[in-house]
Design a binder for this molecule. Structure first.
Ligand code: ACO
Length: 332
């Protein structure tokens, strides 16, 4: 146990891993009654990545983690905390974080998963930030990783065209500097909407049976238009709230990294928070909605594209099943 002498946290390395297989909208035209035109105009998505047979969430997460460690100049044994945001764990338990620990050899880490759907990486970052600030940990590996494709109903066009698989990771460390790094975070939830987005079966409420499988209850269900409306409202609220907590204004944001669910949601959010769309980092056209992995992969790609100049302000904002929403303000 460390004493809480340090006062801040900063990101010192990032990584990502995407499956090789690309599934385009044109490929989907052969699977369900849909069209490239419908998917592109309603969502902005053009293609997504799909895991190979035998690949699991922890495989993507481990590769993203190795890259993040390399970029941070750290060894896996330096890490004392692993938090994985995922709703598609390798199995119900042990946690995917423990599986990642074994795969990368991070023998000194405490490990657990966070279930907050698409907000999972932003939640994980906020939790790791709090645990480091409390003095209990110094170097955290924070991951957003999903293999959603095995949990999609590939006969249901309203959901199967939206999602993809992938993982992003970052290394968060303690720092005596307070004015840089993670400046503020905000988490929210509303369980009254628990039924509009989720995978109904496979847990204790509806354990797996032949009937539950025949009824496709182990696949993702979503009331799309209801989720759409709440997404716009909660993401806007989360942007305004994080700006308030950081002592800044929404217009001070230089790079907004939103959860990549739907381009139309993001256009509506950008308009309402009065941030030009060019300041949003978008990759949903290439990867679709990767749930918790979306913000993690987008953050990595924005970093690689040199969007995080010294002194600039980045905000991560996400919402997802639960319902949950979250935002984090980072100063570089
Ligand atoms: N191809 C062609 N037509 C389709 C498809 C498709 N893939 N999917 C649905 N349609 C049809 C519907 O059947 C409907 O037809 P009808 O009018 O004859 O009944 C019509 O298109 C319109 O359907 P809507 O659901 O009203 O379409 P909408 O414009 O709302 O777009 C969408 C649907 C893309 C799902 C949108 O509602 C959305 O993005 N919602 C938010 C989803 C989201 O953000 N999820 C994030 C969280 S995910 C998580 O937490 C894991």
């Amino acid at each position: 146990m460390h004493t809480p002498t340090e006062t801040g946290t900063k990101i010192v390395g990032m990584g990502m891993c995407l499956p090789e297989k690309v599934l385009t909208n044109f490929d989907l035209e052969k699977i369900v009654e849909t069209s490239d035109e419908w998917i592109r105009t309603r969502t902005g998505i053009q293609e997504r990545r799909i895991i190979a047979k035998g690949q699991a969430t922890s495989d993507l997460a481990s590769e993203a983690s190795k890259q993040a460690l390399k970029n941070a100049g750290l060894k896996a044994s330096d890490i004392d905390l692993i938090v994985v945001g995922t709703i598609t764990p390798d199995m119900l338990f042990p946690s995917t974080a423990c599986v990642v620990q074994r795969k990368i050899g991070a023998e000194n880490a405490a490990c657990f998963d966070i279930s907050a759907a698409c907000s999972g990486f932003t939640y994980a970052l906020s939790i790791a930030d709090g645990l480091i600030r409390s003095g209990q940990y110094r170097k955290a590996l924070v991951i957003g990783a999903e293999a959603l494709s095995p949990f999609l109903d590939w006969t249901e066009r309203s959901t199967c065209v939206l999602f993809g698989d992938g993982a992003g990771a970052c290394i968060l460390v303690s720092t005596p500097q307070k004015e840089k790094g993670i400046i503020a975070s905000y988490l929210g939830s509303d369980g009254t909407y628990a039924d509009i987005l989720g995978i109904p079966a496979g847990g204790s409420a509806i354990p797996p049976t032949h009937e539950s499988i025949d009824a496709r209850l182990h696949t993702l269900k979503m009331e799309g238009s209801e989720v759409f409306k709440i997404a716009v409202r909660t993401m806007c609220d989360a942007v305004f709230e994080i700006a308030k907590r950081a002592g800044m204004k929404a217009t001070d944001i230089d790079c907004l990294i939103p959860h990549q669910a739907n381009l139309r949601i993001l256009q509506a959010v950008a308009e309402r928070v009065e941030i030009p769309l060019e300041k949003l980092f978008l990759n949903l056209q290439r990867y679709g909605n990767m749930s918790a992995a979306s913000t993690a992969v987008a953050m990595y790609e924005a970093w690689e594209a040199k969007k995080f100049t010294p002194g600039s302000n980045t905000v991560l904002v996400a919402f997802g099943g639960g319902l949950t929403w979250a935002s984090v303000w980072i100063k570089w």
